[in-house]
Structure formats: structure tokens, C-alpha cells
Design a protein around this ligand. Structure first.
Ligand code: NAP
Length: 447
């Protein structure tokens, strides 16, 4: 009997793990159990819609999804259709590849006001994630994005791009239309530390210079101080160099502004029902930490997006570290037969390819924990039991072949230069599958 492995989640960490398992264990049955009807996790719902090249990594994952030893069970939710005890009883090994889907809260007064959003929700909305497609955010002419990471840059860039700049993206029409209607004038990206402490990647930051109708604004004094410290060996030189170039750029005829504001820690969201501003406490950086100076100031705005990091969602029956927002583990091992990879293991850091070593490590551990697994070591029923449970519980799993039909239908209805027009509800996707005239999958014989 094949070694049976259930991977919960179908994002990059899940696919890298499945790929590494296939390489190491010849007789294996791997099931990817995913709550959405679509695979690829953050590649579909997190990577910015104008970063289509990044999304092409799915081409590497597709052969894994099509492998005879791998099955995709989309629209199957742990906690709704199954619990972790079911999976641990059914499979030799269970791997959590569930990512960090929840927003970290700012933890300041006024956070409940309308117009305040976590990045996970806002990014999910403009990427057509079914959970957030109805968010209907209040996008205002002035927006503050809190955080100095790549997610903050993504959010800001998407808000200031012109319709023409978004035309080749896969942003759903409702989001592109709402952003266009909002007539954003200024987005402030707020860092609680200084320019030398940002977590922007050089490539992401450089894109700011190329924006068609938006000019960067950076306080020259703050930047000059950071640059002089960097000259003494502190701080990321490359990123500072790009910030310097941006600060020197001529705003010319560009109508919108992307302001980089530093040394400001959020203290309170101002307003009544709706946000009217963000009160910040000025900071200075001491030993790498933001320390309050006691000075405050108010940034007027009609929308705040907190892009300050994510955390995992706890799973009943699995130990959880609420402070770090992940499943405590030793190099990926949680308990005997239970493993974590990707952000569920490490927390929300790194790019898509950073998940590959986690997958390799996890596959090595599973191979070591089930000696002889290279020949014939499976002990548990695996997908036979999974399919029985799903049938009993009235679940409607979406297979990889189903996904390929959904994918083909999305591509077919995309209008050039958009690569696709996403379906954003489960009902729309199931309707594609119910339509006998719909496009076939690439592997129509797969169960
Ligand atoms: P991140 O890189 O960890 O940045 C989080 C930012 O939030 C930091 O600037 C942090 O400041 C700030 N922050 C945290 N708590 C705060 C608070 N209470 N008040 C004010 N600021 C606060 O996280 P991310 O932007 O969410 O990105 C997650 C990961 O995905 C990163 O590894 C990122 O590189 C990756 N990603 C990559 C791409 C790409 O390559 N194109 C795109 C998107 C995301 P401190 O530094 O002071 O803590």
C-alpha cells in the first residue's frame, strides 16, 4: 500500500512539498485538501494582479497537480467537512500548508471604524478572493497604508495605477472600477522606523518610478540622515539608493502622489463612524527599535490599510502559538505524523520560492519517519477513507481536472490584454463545471 500523505492547503508551500515527496518516495498517494475551489493559494489571491510574471510559477506546479499520485480536493474545508482527527486517522502523515490568512491587528483605538482594512482583506478583495469579493471598501482620495513591507507597496501601487496600467492584470472588474471611481489623489506609506529599516524589495520599490500618473514624495532630510548612517555601515544600501532616486524624481505632470513617511507609529484611528485621519506618534530608532519621542501628529485620510503582517488561523486539535501566529514546531515537526511547511511553519516572511526548502525538508522528514517508505510502507487507508467521509458529509470536492476547466473558462472570458477574468464565487465555478458545453480540462480522464 502506498504511503498516504494529506497536505492541508494548496498554495506554493503545499505544491513544493508534494513535488519533493514525489521525488523521494516512489510509492505514495498525496492528497491536497483545500478550502477554496481553486489551487495556488497566495499566487492567485495574494500576489498583486499586476504582477503576472510572478504568477507564472503555477506552470511549475501544474505537473504536480496532474501527477498520477496526487489528487486535489478543492472546496473541502478542515473544520467544516473534516477535522484534523479525521485526517490523522486516515493518513500516515498530515502536513499543514495553510499559510497565514489572517491580518495582524494594529491594536489601537478606532480600528473598528469604516474605512479601516487589514491587507489580507483588501488584497483578497482586489484579487477576487471569494471571502472578500463583497468587502466593498470605502476607497478615499487620501489613503494611509501602514507598514514598510512589500505588501504595503503592492496595496499603494494598485491604488495609484491608472486603468490603462491595470488593463493587463487579472484584477476583477468590480475592483478596477471601484479604484477608478475613487479618484485616489495621495497614498501615504507609513513606516514606524526609518528609511534604512524598510523591508521593501529593490525590484518592488523600483516600480514606483515607472508609475504613469503618480510621483513619489520623500522627505529629503530624513533620507539624507539615513543615507549618512548607511555610509557608516548601517542599513540596506541598495534600497536606500532607490529611495534617493525616487526622492529626486521630477513630479512633472503626474497628478497623484505616493508619499513615503517615516518615523510614525499609529496611535489612533480618528473619525466618527468613518475614518477621517490617523494619529501617529513620532519615533526615533534606537538599537533598531522604534522609540516614541512624545510628539504626535494627525494624517488626514479617508481610508487606512494595515499591511503589518499576517498570522495563521488556529486549527482545533493542533497546538497554536497565538503570539507568533503559527503552529509551534521543531523544524517543521509538530507532533508524530504532523508537520508544518511555509508560513504555517515560519510565519509570514519570504517570497514564493522561500517555501521550496520547507517542502524539501518536510519530505526528507517524512521519508525518515516512515522507513521503507521508498518501497511499500503505507499503513493507513488515506484517500479511500477521505472519499467515504466526504460522501457521507455531502461535500462537493473540486478535482484538479475541474480546476483546469474553471481555469480554461476564466482565460476564455478574459478580454485582451487581461490574461483572464476570474470567477469570484463558488457558485460561478460550480456552474462552469455543470455546463456540458464548457471547456474541457487538460486531463479529462482524471477522477
Ligand atoms: P513584512 O515584510 O514583514 O513588513 C511588515 C511591515 O509592517 C514592517 O515594515 C513592520 O515594521 C511593519 N509593522 C509591523 N507591525 C507594525 C505596527 N504595529 N505598526 C506599524 N508598523 C508595523 O510583511 P509584509 O509586507 O506583510 O510581507 C510578508 C512577506 O511577503 C514578506 O516576506 C514580503 O517580502 C513578502 N512579499 C513579497 C512580495 C514580492 O516579492 N513582490 C510581495 C508581497 C509580499 P518593523 O520592520 O518596524 O517591524
Amino acid at each position: 500500500m502506498a504511503l498516504s500523505v494529506a497536505i492541508i492547503g494548496a498554495g506554493p508551500a503545499a505544491f513544493y512539498t508534494a513535488d519533493a515527496l514525489l521525488e523521494r518516495i516512489p510509492v505514495i498517494a498525496i492528497d491536497l485538501i483545500e478550502r477554496l475551489a481553486t489551487p495556488y493559494g497566495l499566487i492567485r489571491a495574494g500576489v498583486a494582479p499586476d504582477h503576472q510574471t510572478t504568477k507564472q510559477v503555477t506552470r511549475k506546479f501544474e505537473p504536480v497537480g496532474l501527477d498520477q499520485s496526487v489528487r486535489f480536493y478543492g472546496n473541502v474545508e478542515v473544520g467544516r467537512d473534516l477535522d484534523i482527527a479525521d485526517l490523522r486517522a486516515a493518513y500516515d502523515a498530515v502536513v499543514l500548508a495553510v499559510g497565514s490568512p489572517l491580518d495582524r491587528a494594529l491594536g489601537i483605538p478606532g480600528e473598528q471604524r469604516s474605512g479601516v482594512y487589514g491587507a489580507s482583506a483588501f488584497v483578497g478583495w482586489y484579487n477576487g478572493h471569494p471571502d472578500f469579493r463583497d468587502l466593498d471598501p470605502l476607497i478615499a482620495p487620501r489613503v494611509v497604508v501602514v507598514g514598510n513591507g512589500n505588501v504595503a507597496l503592492d496595496v499603494a501601487r494598485v491604488l495609484v495605477k491608472t486603468p490603462a496600467e491595470l488593463a493587463a492584470s487579472d484584477m476583477p472588474e468590480y475592483a478596477a472600477a471601484a479604484i477608478g471611481r475613487a479618484a485616489v489623489e495621495q497614498v501615504t506609506i507609513l513606516g514606524r522606523r526609518g528609511p534604512a529599516d524598510v523591508k521593501f524589495s529593490p525590484a518592488e520599490l523600483r516600480e514606483v518610478a515607472a508609475l504613469a500618473d503618480c510621483a513619489p514624495v520623500i522627505d529629503q532630510g530624513v533620507l539624507a540622515e539615513a543615507v549618512s548612517q548607511a555610509a557608516h555601515g548601517k542599513g540596506p544600501g541598495k534600497v536606500l539608493g532607490i529611495l534617493k532616486d525616487l526622492a529626486a524624481a521630477d513630479p512633472a505632470a503626474r497628478r497623484k502622489r505616493l508619499q513615503f513617511a517615516f518615523h510614525g507609529a499609529p496611535l489612533e484611528i480618528l473619525g466618527d463612524e468613518t475614518v477621517t485621519g490617523l494619529r501617529i506618534g513620532r519615533t526615533k530608532v534606537e538599537d533598531g527599535r522604534a522609540v516614541p519621542t512624545g510628539e504626535t501628529m494627525d494624517l488626514p485620510c479617508g481610508m487606512v490599510v494595515a499591511a503589518i503582517g499576517y498570522r495563521a488561523s488556529p486549527i482545533d486539535g493542533v497546538p497554536f502559538d497565538a503570539t507568533r501566529g503559527l503552529f509551534p514546531n521543531e523544524d517543521g515537526r509538530i507532533e508524530s505524523g504532523l508537520y508544518a511547511v511555509g508560513w504555517a511553519k515560519r510565519g509570514p516572511t519570504g517570497v514564493i520560492a522561500s517555501n521550496r526548502p520547507d517542502g524539501v525538508r518536510c519530505a526528507e522528514q517524512i521519508a525518515a519517519d516512515f522507513p521503507g517508505s521508498d518501497v511499500n510502507a503505507g499503513r493507513r487507508p488515506g484517500r479511500t477513507m477521505l472519499e467515504r467521509l466526504l460522501l457521507e458529509r455531502g461535500a462537493r470536492p473540486v478535482t484538479f481536472d475541474d480546476w483546469q476547466r474553471i481555469d480554461a473558462a476564466e482565460v476564455a472570458r478574459g478580454r485582451h490584454p487581461a490574461p483572464r477574468r476570474k470567477f469570484t464565487t463558488l457558485e460561478e465555478m460550480l456552474a462552469v463545471l455543470a455546463d456540458p458545453a464548457g471547456p474541457p480540462g487538460k486531463n479529462a480522464s482524471e477522477g
